[in-house]
Design a protein around this ligand. Structure first.
Ligand code: 1HN
Length: 319
């Protein structure tokens, strides 16, 4: 260094070209007192998306698309993909006779079935039927394909931790060299399948969750995936939940029923098949009009494992 840095102006100029910045001199702060409201609460209406998926069913075949799905992009400025910071949700359609070829990727995935029977998912060589209300897991790096040999269109919601994998730079993806796995075995009961009838039965005797966000709640798995926890919630007509916030990011899928979720001051009406994004640290509560079942997918396991899970009940539930 030839020139003496004897003014702030010269000091800052010397930062240029060295890719350094003064901690006291940032354009934007790196620390703030509590989680910012970046991602926004949002509801995707199944009734809006289904006709589009149906049209894609005629226009887009599986030779063109690995998966015929519509991802739900959080409408916050600058976001091109994620539904909440850590996860992406998608609606997917498989029509009778179709096959979505096998592939695997480091992101963890799960599917929540909305409508249609006779569709199967094959995960690591095990072929399992997917029926409405079922939740199926595809853990990181497991081969998976889907196919229908029934006569009903099958619609479901996928939830994946792809945005988290993007952040961590851990993406690997490959298509199966033979398109489909050889040596597939049929199974009706499998550790990757949570059956709707089992969830309903377990909810009959389940406890109310301590946070007051449902009348009854069960967890699928413990957790279901390394990065995603799944809770099935039952909320009866007239139920008003607690007001609650958590640092976990959540995606709700409505399996049955009708009601609304108030997030901060925004009222979000929902009914069967809708998907609702509730980002981290937003205060929310549910009001239910008819007996409702929701699946909450959240990044709680990630937050917990790095000691970042904080929860707060602001007002208790009204039964
Ligand atoms: C994926 O692999 C599937 O295998 C569904 O069914 C949705 C969304 C983003 C990235 C990969 C599937 C997906 C996905």
């Amino acid at each position: 260094m030839t020139q003496k840095l004897d003014s702030l102006e010269l000091l800052y100029k010397a930062f240029d070209g060295l890719s350094v910045e003064g901690g006291w001199h940032r354009r934007a702060p790196a620390l703030w007192p509590e989680p910012r409201k970046n991602f926004v609460p949002f509801r995707w209406r199944y009734a809006d998306v289904k006709p589009i998926l149906d049209a894609a069913g005629d226009l887009v075949d599986h030779a063109m698309a690995d998966r015929r799905n519509l991802t739900m992009t959080n409408p916050v400025e600058g976001n091109l993909y994620a539904t909440v910071r850590s996860m992406v949700a998608a609606y997917q359609l498989i029509k009778p006779g179709e096959t979505a070829d096998a592939h695997r990727h480091t992101p963890n995935a799960l599917r929540i079935i909305l409508e249609g029977k006779g569709t199967y998912t094959v995960v690591n060589g095990m072929r399992v039927e997917m029926r409405p209300g079922d939740v199926l897991l595809t853990p990181s790096w497991a081969w998976h394909s889907h196919s229908s040999n029934g006569n009903e269109d099958c619609y479901w919601v996928d939830v994946l931790d792809v945005p988290l994998v993007h952040l961590m730079e851990g993406m690997f993806f490959e298509r199966h060299p033979d398109k489909l796995e050889p040596n597939v075995v049929d199974a009706d009961s499998s550790p990757i399948a949570f059956r709707w009838e089992d969830s309903v039965a377990a909810l009959e005797t389940a406890q109310a969750p301590a946070n007051g966000m449902a009348e009854r709640e069960i967890q699928l798995g413990n957790p279901a995936l390394r990065t995603v926890a799944l809770h099935v919630q039952r909320l009866n007509a007239g139920f008003r939940s607690a007001q609650y916030r958590t640092t976990a990011n959540s995606i709700f899928t409505v399996i049955q029923g009708r009601g609304r979720t108030v997030v901060d001051d925004e009222v979000i009406e929902w009914s069967m098949g809708d998907v609702i994004a509730v980002p981290a640290w937003r205060t929310y509560r549910h009001e239910v009009d008819s007996e409702s079942f929701m699946v909450r997918s959240s990044d709680e396991p990630v937050m917990r494992s790095i000691d970042m899970l904080r929860e707060e009940v602001l007002t208790p539930a009204i039964a």
